[in-house]
Design a protein around this ligand. Sequence first.
Ligand SMILES: *Cc1c(COP(=O)(O)O)cnc(C)c1O
Length: 431
Amino acid sequence: MNCANRPTSESLYAEACGLMPGGVNSPVRAFKAVAGTPVFFKNAKGSRLFDADGNEYVDYVSSWGAILLGHADDRVVRAIADAAANGTSFGAPHEGEVRLAREILGRVPAVEMVRFVNSGTEATLATIRLVRAATGRNKIVKFEGNYHGAVDSLLAKAGSGIATFGLPDSAGVPKSITHDTLLARYNDSAHVEAILEANSNEVAAVMVEPIAGNMGLVPPDPGFLLKLREICDHHGVLLVFDEVMTGFRVAKGGASERYGIKPDLVCMGKVIGGGLPVGAYGGRKELMNLVAPIGPMYQAGTLSGNPLAMAAGYAALSNLDDASYDLLEHTGARLEAGLNQVFGVAGVPAQVQRVGSMISVFLTSEPVHNYDEAGTTDKPLFAKLFHSMLDKGFYLPPSALEAWFLTTSHTNEDIDRTVEAFAQSLKDVAA
Ligand SMILES: *Cc1c(COP(=O)(O)O)cnc(C)c1O
C-alpha cells in the first residue's frame, strides 16, 4: 500500500464532516473546546493509543472512564471472541446475564436486583421513569454540572459537553419537560433541603453523581452524601446515585460502597461493559419489582443483555480485585503528587482534584466544590496545555471540564513521563 494514500486524521476528519454531524458520533470528541483536528485512532493496547498518523499516546481518556483494565486486555478480548463465536444476540435469556448480574449484586450492597440496558443514558432514562412510577410524583432534583446522559428531562446545566458548547440547554427539549427538573448546587445540602421544602410531596427523587466527574472531578464534601440520604428520608424522596462513571471505578462496589451510603437506586454503565455498550439500573427489590414484566413500569431493549457485552463486562469486573483498586489508588496518588509539584514549581495556580483513578486539573486558585467554581478554570490555558501534551504523546480529555481516567495498565513510568512532559508544557505555553 502506498503510504501517501493512507488516510490521515486530517483526511478522515474532512470526509467525516460531510458524513456525520461535526464528523463525530458524540460531541466532546470534536475538539471544539480546544480547537484543532480531532485525532482518529487505529488501535489501542494497555495505556496506549495509536492514531491514523502513526503517533503513539499515553491515554488519559480511557474511553471516558469505560476502560479500567487498559485497552484490549487479553482476558476481555478472549471473552468477547468466545461469546461472538457462540452467537452475537439471542433476543432471549442466557447465562451471561446471570453471571454479570450475580457479580454486580455481590459488589454493590445497594443493588438487590438489576436490569441491563445498552448505555448509561438508557439507564438514567429508565430510572427517572421508575422513580416516578414508584412515587406518583414527577419532579426530579438534579445538580448543576452533573451529567446523566442525553436524556431530555436531565439536559439542564448538565456539565462538560453542554458547558463546553455554552448551550444553556439543548434545542429540541420542550420547556414542559425540563419544567419538572429542579436544579441544586453541588455540595450544598441546605439548597436541596430548601428545594424539597418548597416542593413538598412533588419530588420523586434526588439524582446525584456521588463523585461529580462531568464538570472536571469534584469530590463530595465530607458528609454531603450522608446529608442527602437523611434529607431524602425525611421528605420521603428517593435517592438515586448515578454511578455510570464511578461504579466499579472508585471502589469494588463503586461510590456507594466507598462512602458507605445506601441509595435507593443506582445507575451503572461504562466499566460494567468492559468497553462494550452496556448500562444498568438497580436497587431495592421492591422498587425493581415495579419494572415490567413483573411490574407496571414498561422498559425494554432488543439488544439488552447482549452476550458480547455481558461477557466483556464480566471479564472486566471479575478481574478487578482489591489489589487492582490499591494499584489504581497508588497510580492516581503518584500523578496527583507529580502534578501538584510541577504546578508549584511553575507558580501556576491550579487545583489537582482526585478520587482514586479519577483526577482533574482546575487552572484556578481555589478548590472547586461546584459548577460555578469549576467555571473559573482558565480554559484558554488548558487548550494550550492540551495541544502541547498532545504533541508530546499524551492524550488528555479535549476539554478543561473533563476528568482524566487511569487504568490498571498505567505504569509508574507512564505517570512519571506524563509529569515530566507536563512540566515542559507549562514552560512551553508560558514562553
Ligand atoms: C457517561 C455518563 C452517562 C451517560 O452514559 P452513556 O453510556 O454515555 O449514555 C450518564 N451518567 C454519568 C454520570 C456519566 O458519566
